[in-house]
Ligand binder design. Structure first.
Ligand SMILES: Cc1cc2nc3c(=O)[nH]c(=O)nc-3n(C[C@H](O)[C@H](O)[C@H](O)COP(=O)(O)O)c2cc1C
Length: 174
């Protein structure tokens, strides 16, 4: 059976609560969920499907706040792994009202790093139903992954996650 690795950061906020909801949709399947501070010795290549979630806070704020950027450490592991043609699905938290020009920008960084490792992006998501003016994470009219907005549209989160997980299960052949 295909092994699924779900990785997220940061802890203690919206990303973590959404990661738990995504995880719950895979009950009965072999999924392992880790925050980025829990994976120092992990063998990435054992997973057949990767799910990665994060928020957008602006690199500057982020580095000042954390000193140590766990995303950079994670990405350096990912870049070294051979993930050729393995599917990766991304979800990103953002706030479309306060940051309409940079809504969920961070998903693109995650996609770019997995692309270096040869992974294949699945789980693109329509832009309909959101109100924003710009995002690095939109290509050919679609988000690179599931955009979630717990600040402005919390009521839509559960149904979005449910629908998206169905979609990625189908795309990954689970
Ligand atoms: C300092 C700061 C900067 C942010 N910058 C962005 C941004 O550029 N784009 C965006 O979509 N959301 C931005 N957000 C909103 C967060 O991504 C959003 O509130 C998210 O749900 C936070 O999840 P977390 O608490 O798990 O990190 C920012 C939030 C903060 C506090």
């Amino acid at each position: 059976m295909k092994k699924i690795g779900l990785f997220y950061w940061p802890k203690g906020g919206n990303v973590e609560s959404c990661a738990k909801k995504v995880d719950a949709q895979f009950s009965g399947l072999p999924i392992e969920m880790y925050a980025l501070d829990e994976i120092s010795d992990l063998d990435f290549e054992k997973y057949d499907l990767f799910i990665v979630g994060g928020s957008t806070a602006g690199a500057d704020v982020w580095e000042k706040a954390h000193g140590r950027n766990l995303w950079f450490e994670f990405f350096s592991k990912v870049e070294k792994a051979d993930l050729k043609d393995k599917p990766v699905a991304i979800f990103g938290l953002g706030d479309q009202v306060l940051y309409p020009d940079h809504f969920v920008d961070g998903m693109k960084n995650i996609r770019d790093e997995f692309a270096i490792a040869g992974a294949k992006l699945i789980g693109r998501w329509p832009v309909e139903g959101y109100d924003f003016t710009g995002s690095d994470s939109v290509e050919e009219g679609m988000f690179l992954g599931l955009a979630l907005d717990e600040d402005q549209q919390p009521d839509l989160t559960d149904e979005r996650i449910e629908k998206w997980v169905k979609q990625i299960k189908q795309e990954a052949g689970l």
